[in-house]
Write a protein that binds this ligand. Sequence first.
Ligand code: GLN
Length: 226
Amino acid sequence: MSATTTIKIAYLYEDLMNTYGDSGDVKILRHLLNQQGFDVTVTNVSLGADFDAFDYDFVFFGGGQDFEQTIVAQDLQRHRATLAAYIEASRPLLAICGGYQLLGAYYETSGGTTIKGLGILPLHTVYKADSRMIGDTTVQTPWGQIHAFENHSGRTYFDDKNMLKPLGQVEQGYGNNPDDHEEGLHYKNTIGSYSHGPLLRNLNVAQAIAATIIAAHEERLATTHA
Ligand code: GLN
């Protein structure tokens, strides 16, 4: 296979943002893409690394605990412009739990501190003492039903409900928060989700994302002179 058919995946802070095996999402995508004849490289874009999102066909941002999120959130601000442009250009990105929270304006931790997010998407995440949202989830998405599990204290709310749509409707569990009965986010080709398990063991969603990645790869090849 020639080098030009290599699909490039950026995994933001792979060493820090991988709660409950979220790296499984990347492994499943790699497998599906390999099956369709593509080579796949996965680059860990960690603390201090240079990063241009447009060098990649897919960006993944996994979940993280408050401690890791605090460290990552500071470094991440350097990449705000490239990630904002990438998302706006409809390039594919999947962010789970802690990564999803950091796409928004801020995340209030259970420890009482507020972590500044990227502020790319109009959403914010707050903490309320009475319950951590833990358990199995069932969500109805445009691609069919998905099963996963969640474990988060942050409650995510959309600040612009015209712009942001949820990934799906909650049938079991909490999702974004205990009030809206909605799980995750879908904006252009960006998906945010509280679903671990990993999320992409749900092959309906995995195949939809793989198709988007292939389309983005073809677009990147058409616009760059590799
Ligand atoms: N620390 C965040 C929360 O508890 C995210 C946790 C996670 O990524 N699983 O809300």
